[in-house]
Design a protein around this ligand. Structure first.
Ligand code: M6R
Length: 609
């Protein structure tokens, strides 16, 4: 994620305004903070790693001079959370400086090209290519305006961005632009603002201009001009007045973080699908060489590991052992060794059980790899190689967007390994890659078309005392995740089993009207799942099925169903099929008057064993 902010004031210094606005964006990331202002034709810049308050205590962010400036609060993706990687980033001459949220996919190629032209880079970020690219364009096209140079530079960027740039050559303006990452403008009597999100400037103005993808904006003290990046045409857009309270604004109008985060999944998946090839290559090389692989995690992250074990097995023909981190030492502490590889998965990177398992394996010389949402966390520090899930901060205690982003990285890894090991035909891999790219849109469709239906279903089953969740094959993991979500936030006792296993005991609990949620992806398990549904129906269970659109066989059997768009391959199915279950848990929590963001007895990060 990351939060960006910029302002030009008619009266007063920009720095304190940027500082307080960044505080309201801190929910988007808090690895580092930085502000750059312009005064008397010179750029002044302060930045450092750490949360805003900590950094401000040490270097006073408020005393930068000037009425114009930009700022950034970071969620590290490329490069550790260090001073050098903090934004703003500057060109070689220090006359151009940029803040950015998003991922520049082709930064590796651009960096090489610019280095060959003599540009010196100081950070490991993708962002740093932007000021150098602008510098290079301005050098080659003498006389071109700063905004034109930014526009030219942007045309060379692939990936997602919301950025704001200032230059001492034209000290009266901020140039900002958007592609996929959010950007909004605020307009007040005392100036103009650009920000990642409305809460940043809400105490200053409620007059807002939404910015669309592919637009570039020139801010001056007089106001704003919006252009289309591709054809330079001007866009007329007047400010709208929004009536949000500050609290509503942080949640972008959603009543809870959990539902906001469920809705963020299409965007997060798009980012996760932009992962640099080299990270996946490196991880897959380690996995390919490994003698035994343990997938170690807790809670939702464990369910991602469980699903991943099917992905690795089906796509890469690679056996892996998913293990609850809290059981790892007891179960494998003596046998783990130099030939073992641990792939630890953790949203926070701080979960005590996961860190303990990893530490034990490390002491026995095993190779530690990890997947986490928090670069710079303890887990990244103890890992030989780690990769980030690019989900941005998750505030709701229930893991939602981080689950689907973990799965999206893990399936990319399995595909990479499949290629390396030559076990699956290129045609099959091509089909899967095309389907993988469609997942963000598919998740978008689910949220847009099924949410109301899930809400009604939650209302219908609100008084049920117990829920069953069943699935076969890879959907076992999805069923487990659906159960965890419902239990933890709606406090409904729930049971999850592989559907086949339900006959070996759990079925004795089934009685008239007990809801059984079946996760029914359309694959080779479909026929058997139908058999399992019949067994449950025969004992009076109510069937709530998550099905592929147009699955008439199951529709005819189910009491209620929720549809997922057609054609999602089985190995990818946990990503879209988990979404209706997240929504079900959320709306059940509301039916029970529970606060889904702060379930009792739980914490976002469990740092005790
Ligand atoms: O940060 P981690 O992924 O290591 O956290 C693991 C679990 O504590 C976490 O998934 C927990 O189960 C969530 N409350 C699930 O929604």
């Amino acid at each position: 994620m990351c939060g960006i902010f910029g302002c030009i004031l008619k009266n007063g210094n920009a720095a304190p305004v940027i500082h307080s606005s960044l505080k309201r964006l801190e929910y988007r990331g808090y690895d580092s903070v930085g502000i750059a202002t312009i005064s008397d034709g010179k750029i002044f810049l302060k930045k450092d790693q750490g949360k805003i308050d900590e950094v401000h205590k040490c270097i006073n962010l408020d005393d930068l001079p000037g009425n114009i400036g930009i700022g950034h609060t970071r969620w590290a993706t490329h490069g550790a959370p260090l001073h050098v990687n903090s934004h703003p980033h500057s060109d070689c001459t220090g006359t151009i400086t940029v803040v950015h949220n998003g991922i520049i996919e082709n930064f590796g190629d651009l960096k090489l090209e610019l280095q060959n032209l003599g540009h010196a880079f100081v950070s490991k970020t993708d962002t740093e290519v932007i000021p150098h690219l602008i510098e290079e364009i301005m050098k080659n096209k003498l006389g071109s305006s700063f905004a034109d140079a930014v526009q030219e530079a942007i045309k060379r960027l692939e990936g997602s961005f919301a950025l704001a740039a200032i230059s001492s050559y034209e000290p009266d303006k901020i140039v900002c632009a958007r592609n996929e990452s959010p950007l909004v403008l605020g307009v007040s009597d005392n100036g103009v603002f650009c920000a990642s999100d409305i809460p940043a400037f809400l105490p200053l103005t409620n007059k807002v201009v939404m910015i669309n993808n592919g637009e570039l904006i020139i801010l001056t003290v007089e106001g704003y001009q919006i252009k289309k990046i591709q054809d330079n045409s001007l866009v007329e857009r007047v400010p709208e007045t929004i009536e949000w309270t500050a609290e509503m604004a942080v949640k972008q109008g959603y009543p809870h973080f959990m539902i906001k985060e469920i809705h963020e999944q299409p965007e997060v998946l798009r980012n996760t699908l932009r992962l640099q090839d080299r990270y996946l290559d490196l991880l897959s090389t380690f996995l390919d060489r490994a003698t035994e692989i343990f997938l170690v995690a807790c809670g939702t992250s464990y369910h991602a590991c469980l699903a991943a074990s099917y992905m690795f097995s089906k796509l890469s023909f690679l056996p892996t052992y998913p293990v609850y981190a809290s059981e790892f030492i007891e179960q494998y502490g003596k046998s783990v060794n130099i030939d073992s590889t641990i792939l630890a998965v953790s949203q926070s990177g701080e979960t005590a059980d996961t860190i303990a398992a990893v530490t034990c394996a490390q002491q026995r010389a095993a190779t530690i790899l990890s997947l986490t949402n928090v670069i710079g966390s303890t887990l990244t520090r103890v890992s030989r190689v780690y990769v980030g899930t690019q989900a941005g901060p998750e505030i709701g205690v229930a893991a939602t967007k981080t689950f689907t982003s973990q799965l999206s990285v893990l399936v990319q890894l399995a595909l990479r390994l499949a290629k390396k090991r030559g076990k699956v035909s290129q045609d099959e891999i091509d089909v899967l890659e095309v389907q993988l790219d469609k997942l963000p849109d598919i998740v978008d469709v689910i949220v847009k078309t099924q949410e109301d239906k899930v809400k009604q279903i939650a209302h219908k089953y609100a008084n049920s005392k117990v829920f069953f969740f069943l699935g076969r094959g890879i959907s076992t993991a999805t069923a487990f995740e659906g159960r965890l979500k419902l239990m933890e936030i709606a406090y409904v006792p729930s049971i999850a089993f592989p559907a086949g296993e339900s006959k070996h005991g759990p079925i004795s609990l089934i009685e008239n009207g007990l809801p059984v949620v079946f996760v029914c992806q359309k694959d080779e398990t479909h026929k058997t799942v139908i058999g399992n549904i019949m067994e449950m129906k025969a004992r009076g269970a109510k069937i709530l099925a998550i099905i592929e659109e147009g699955d008439n066989e199951i529709k005819a059997l189910a009491d209620d169903y929720i549809e997922v768009p057609k054609g999602v391959p089985s190995v990818l199915s946990p990503i879209p099929f988990a979404v209706p279950l997240q929504l079900l848990a959320y709306y059940m929590a509301l039916e029970h008057d529970c606060d889904p963001d702060m379930p009792r007895n739980l914490a976002k990060s469990v740092t005790v064993k």
